[in-house]
Design a protein around this ligand. Sequence first.
Ligand code: C2E
Ligand code: CA
Ligand code: CA
Length: 572
Amino acid sequence: MPNRSFSNKPVLLIVEDQVSDLKLLSAAVQDLAEVFFAKAGREALDIARQCRPDVVLLDIEMPGLSGFEVCRMLKADPELLHAAVIFVSAHTKTSNELLALECGGVDFIKKPLNVPVTRARIKAHIALRNEAKRLANHDALTGLPNRILLQDRTEQALKKARRSNGRVAMLLLDLDNFKVINDSMGHSIGDLVLQEVASRLSHSLPLQGTVSRQGGDEFIFLLPDVLGFDAIGDFAGRVLATISTPFFIQGNRYNIFASIGISIFPEDSGDIESLYRCADAAMYQAKVLGRNRYYFFSDSIETSMRARHLLDHGMRSALEDGVFNVYYQAKVDAKNNKVVGLEALVRWCNNDGVFISPSEFIPLAEETGLIVSIGRYVLLQACKDAKMLHDLGYEIPVSVNISVVQFRDEHFLGMVESALKETRLEGRFLEMEITEGVLARDIDNAREKLMNLKFLGVGVSIDDFGTGYSSLAYLKRFPIDVLKIDKSFVRDMLVDKCDSAIIDAIIKLAEALELKLVAEGVETKEQSDALLKKGCQVMQGYLYCHPIPITQMCSFLASRVEFDAVSIENLP
Ligand code: C2E
Ligand code: CA
Ligand code: CA
């Protein structure tokens, strides 16, 4: 039986040994509450401990314990003493009624039952009990849950998280400059501010969470079932933004900020008290660091979250300032000594002049959705450069990496179309490199998008082939032109038989399905020779060309009158 202390529906327990009365009573109250039954005192106490009734209808004469004894025992149990006990009895003597009230009953209903009147009286008691509960569990000023209700919810959340190895976050929020407002504008304005804060906080609450007012200007969010720390940090960031939006109260504008301390079960602590202490210490740290910010109690979480935050911030500024660069790496037909294509690879040097690898920032950009803008920038630049090369007489296609997130974006096709139009590049000089994962989900939608790309003349390569989704069925169903053999297989092909066998299999597959092949990460002449022997002609890797800026690529192409293995060292 679930714990029902704060379920919305009132809980009613009928304790009655006479079947006919039991039936009458249950018919009368069925739709008013969730109803439980017991036929004797001991059983009633057991059930009450589990269902925590709001109202108990209690017969006096029963086998075993009498109704009076049951009532006294209920009132002696701290978990059950709030239940409203209504005696239902044929013992109509005044002394009985007095005794019932003395031992904690709130009402006395006489048998034989007058059903409509009985129902009305029970209904009134349920309403009273609901109101008492609401007052006991909610803050009078803001209407938010108070610390008692939060305590109960936290206990439930921790219990559940322990069972399911889940995670619970506690965020303690304290307003930064509330005292100034209270002191200068008076408490009535202070109260209005707190009410508005409470309303904003409850609107930012996820479905599963609780926000409570602890007292003063201190609030607590409880987030059960949270997954990653990132999500918690993002949530705290949103809450801060909500609070820092100016308040307009009685015609005046107020700027209010808050600091948030975050503690997490099980990383920081295993019980409510110390979770609270950790959140409080973290909140204090947030204040020390300059307020209007959030801070994780755990040093390691805080450090990694800060790094993530900085990276995200850096990427956004880089995009605004146009400091992302696009480099190109040649794809070479090793048999005919010809450059047959280029791959566009994004490059980012941050403000400190440090080169940041795309493998580091692309995953975060995918998570935050920024990849859509970064991808648009790269695509447009690649189309411009491809057109410029075309005008110089190099008729080679440029391929662009497309992340899953970007591919699924509803404006993806429109964006490709307008990039081609804007740069006046023919579709056949553009190629999209997508990974197997792009095709794994939502197959129909992906197929339609690829067909549309085909319609524009744009080619499609499967990148990192062999490392992703294992079903090969999609190869047949999607309009694909090229398989790119992942560099991990090429790296070890000369020393690892399995990798060599995988490359053989990929080459056979490409032949059978009439797909072109590109081997990635070719670094040595031996690898190149072995690949040629196996039947893969087009290669990409440091042996031929590092990723280089477009100006260098122009010189590289111009110098390649005849193929000569070129390796440009010390380039990113
Ligand atoms: P990828 O698409 O597999 O790109 C090939 C990566 O291998 C590039 O790393 C390239 O510099 C590197 N590489 C080339 N030749 C060799 C070689 O001989 N040996 C070794 N060990 N590596 C070689 P990079 O530029 O660091 O990019 C890493 C990944 O980041 C890319 O893997 C791609 O998945 C992603 N990426 C890069 N640019 C973009 C972009 O504009 N958009 C998106 N969505 N992803 C990008
Ligand atoms: Ca690629
Ligand atoms: Ca690749």
